[in-house]
Design a protein around this ligand. Structure first.
Ligand code: PLP
Ligand code: LYS
Length: 435
């Protein structure tokens, strides 16, 4: 781009102050090029290195129909976790054989939907779900390929709300032999189900490969036990996602190969040692694909200094568009996009505009002196921001702009105040008693 203002922050090659002017704030900005770069790293460092392996994108991190098409064109599979995510994939024309359907409490209706679309894999989370899915598949005359989600009993170092691999978790089938063996038997005996293997997911935003090694060892040992006791041959091992990203300069993220090489080496060593066939391995990163590919732009409003205490800089969004600081104490970095050349001489607290003391986006941010109208760019908001957005205080959810090369396109419209009333079409009738 020419005539770039030198004091403006550029993201994926584009002047974000101009984007804020053109589309308004708060604004999610997502770079297609950065997403594709991540997908291609997975391809060269994992898929090409280990033929037969598969990569899925965990759509809960960020989903739109355009995102489905990007992921589809990169040859990835898609992890969905609800009828709503599946519906989005269906509407985007995502190939259903590449969909992996998760969820710890899928409804019968969601299972029927998965069957009617013949999704490639259903990851069954509890024994009763085997019966529910068998019934849905039988009714449709379908055979569904499944993986059983098991609890690897390892603790990933992360916020406790996003740990899933420990023994005490709502996700997956416990490894207690009487439970897992009964589930496997039931699955194998279900005429409309084909048990391909197992799935585990340790947790999210993990920076250590050791937990993946431990989980693979645990589940491969399970495979050996099931081969001995039930004659089961495990064809597939889905190792979940969870790869950590850089939120601030304190974080030292790894390439995906840091995790996948350790996973693959352990799978092959275990297969050798336990005399098992090497299963086909799937990974399911979400945050690692899209997290650093997104930023959020805000406009600064009220600046309030409490002498001897702190300066609150309030922006025009907050908790509804990024709930992670309030929910997990997540720490974000940010830059003042229209003053990128100025020294950061102050430390401020970036507050959201909700009627909630806990609505603080960043507690301590070094900035130049700030004033109303400045544009703040919060970094690494591509994952679990837009997808977790809500309407607290009836704030409309922001638009999403997709950057591709030097093009900027509105991918998701800004919600309007009228949109907020869309589900209240009977308000008049309720008021006048006619309903
Ligand atoms: C089953 C499953 N797979 C994949 C993911 C993706 O996790 P992340 O975005 O941390 O890679 C999650 C979420 O934690 C998950 O529950
Ligand atoms: N929402 C979480 C990640 C959830 C992962 C789903 N199992 C986050 O923002 O970190």
């Amino acid at each position: 781009m020419n005539n770039q203002a030198s004091n403006h922050f550029h993201f994926a090659g584009q002047d974000v102050v101009k984007l804020a002017g053109a589309y308004g704030t708060p604004l999610y900005v997502v770079s297609e090029d950065l997403i594709r770069q991540r997908c291609r790293q997975v391809k060269t460092d994992f898929l090409d290195q280990y033929p037969g392996s598969r990569a899925a994108y965990a759509s809960k991190a960020f989903l739109s129909m355009a995102m489905c098409r990007i992921i589809e064109s990169e040859g990835f599979y898609l992890d969905v976790v609800s009828g709503g995510e599946l519906y989005t994939a269906v509407q985007a024309g995502f190939p259903m054989e590449r969909v992996i359907f998760h969820g710890n409490n899928k409804s019968l209706e969601e299972l029927e939907m998965a069957v009617s679309h013949r999704v490639g894999r259903v990851v069954v989370d509890h024994p009763e779900e085997i019966d529910m899915l068998e019934a849905a598949a039988a009714a449709a005359g379908a055979t569904m390929t499944i993986q059983l989600r098991v609890v690897p009993e390892v603790e990933g170092k992360t916020h406790r709300h996003i740990m899933t691999g420990q023994k005490d978790t709502k996700f997956g089938i416990p490894l207690a032999p009487e439970i897992i063996e009964a589930a496997v038997k039931k699955a194998v005996e279900s005429p409309h189900l084909d048990l391909a293997g197992f799935h585990f997911h340790i947790g999210s935003n993990l920076f250590e490969q050791e937990v993946y090694v431990a989980a693979v060892e645990r589940v491969m040992t399970l495979c050996r036990q099931l081969q001995e006791n039930l004659g089961l041959t495990v064809r597939e091992l889905n190792t979940g996602g969870g790869y950590g990203i850089q939120y601030t300069t304190e974080d030292s993220p790894h390439p995906a190969s840091y995790y996948t090489d350790a996973i693959m080496a352990t799978v092959s060593a275990c297969a050798d040692r336990l005399n098992l066939p090497v299963p086909q391995v799937t990974i399911e990163p979400g945050r690692w694909i899209v997290g650093e590919a997104g930023i959020t732009l805000y406009t600064v409003g009220a600046v309030k200094t409490i002498p001897g205490v702190r300066t609150y800089v309030s922006v025009d969004g907050g908790l509804p568009d990024n709930i992670r600081p309030a929910l997990y104490g997540a720490v974000y970095g940010a830059v003042v996009a229209n003053k990128i050349d100025r020294p950061c001489s102050e430390t401020v607290t970036v507050a959201g505009k909700c009627c909630e003391t806990g609505d603080i986006l960043i507690w301590d941010l070094k900035t130049p002196p700030l004033e109303r109208g400045d544009v703040l760019a919060v970094l690494s908001t591509g994952a679990y921001n837009e997808s977790m957005a809500n309407n607290y205080n009836r704030l409309p959810r922001p638009a999403v702009v997709l950057l591709t090369g030097d093009q900027a396109r509105l991918m998701v419209d800004r919600e309007t105040r009228e949109d907020l009333l869309m589900r209240e079409r009977r308000a008049e009738e309720i008021a006048n008693g006619s309903l």
